[in-house]
Design a protein around this ligand. Structure first.
Ligand code: SAM
Length: 202
């Protein structure tokens, strides 16, 4: 287990019970609202939320159609919260860089405000490509900060804070991850600190 994973487990295990009231819980609300809009699902679809937190997003998506819903998160306490709240969803404790699922399994995969925690985001994209069906949808929500703020966070805040963050993404670098890993971009939303990209597996 790497340093970021250990930091994330420590931080989110502590936050799990009151996540919705925490800074992160409040900060992610606008991402989750927009992803819910972006996420079209049909009966029978298999949908995975990577780094699902307390399960609120995948739970809301599961109300849109009769889907098979899954969530994974590296924090055991977050997954315990998910299991308390959503009985009809399959949750597992797992990191996001190796996805514990078969190839060509999902219609939709979501990752909301988690990519900047991963040590190897490229590996996540390769895994997302592997587990999605042909034409499957990947929706990534990530905080956006202008260059100077982003570098300040990367070089000063993240090393001091040591709370499981790895690196923030520019809009260009996020789009590049889609293009480099076999996805075409289908839709983009970018406003204030919110950037969301929806891609389709080619
Ligand atoms: C900012 S919270 C976002 C939670 C949720 N997606 C939401 O929008 O409310 C980040 C989440 O990512 C999880 N996480 C952090 N590093 C992870 C990793 N390497 N693999 C899987 N989950 C991770 C944390 O435990 C936490 O639940």
């Amino acid at each position: 287990m790497n340093k970021n994973e250990k930091g994330s487990i420590k931080k989110y295990n502590k936050l799990a019970g009151d996540y919705d009231l925490s800074f992160d819980g409040r900060f992610t609300v606008k991402f989750k609202r927009k992803i819910l809009d972006f996420c079209n699902v049909s009966d029978g679809d298999a949908v995975l939320d990577v780094g699902c937190g307390n399960g609120s997003l995948i739970n809301a998506i599961s109300k849109k159609a009769k889907i098979k819903a899954y969530g994974i998160d590296i924090s055991p306490n977050m997954i315990a919260e998910c299991r308390k709240r959503c009985k009809n969803i399959d949750f597992q404790v797992s990191g996001g860089e190796v996805l514990p699922f078969d190839d060509n399994n999902f219609n939709v995969l979501i990752i909301c405000c988690v990519l900047h925690h991963l040590n190897n985001p490229q590996k996540f994209f390769m895994e997302a490509h592997r587990v999605l069906k042909q034409g499957g949808i990947l929706i990534v929500g990530e905080p956006y900060f202008p260059l100077v703020i982003r570098k300040f966070i990367d070089w000063i805040i993240i090393p001091i804070h040591n709370a499981g963050d790895n690196k923030m993404f520019s809009h260009k670098s996020l789009k590049r991850l889609f293009a480099d890993n076999g996805f075409e971009i289908a839709e983009i939303y970018k406003k204030g600190t919110v950037q969301i990209i929806k891609g389709r597996k080619l």
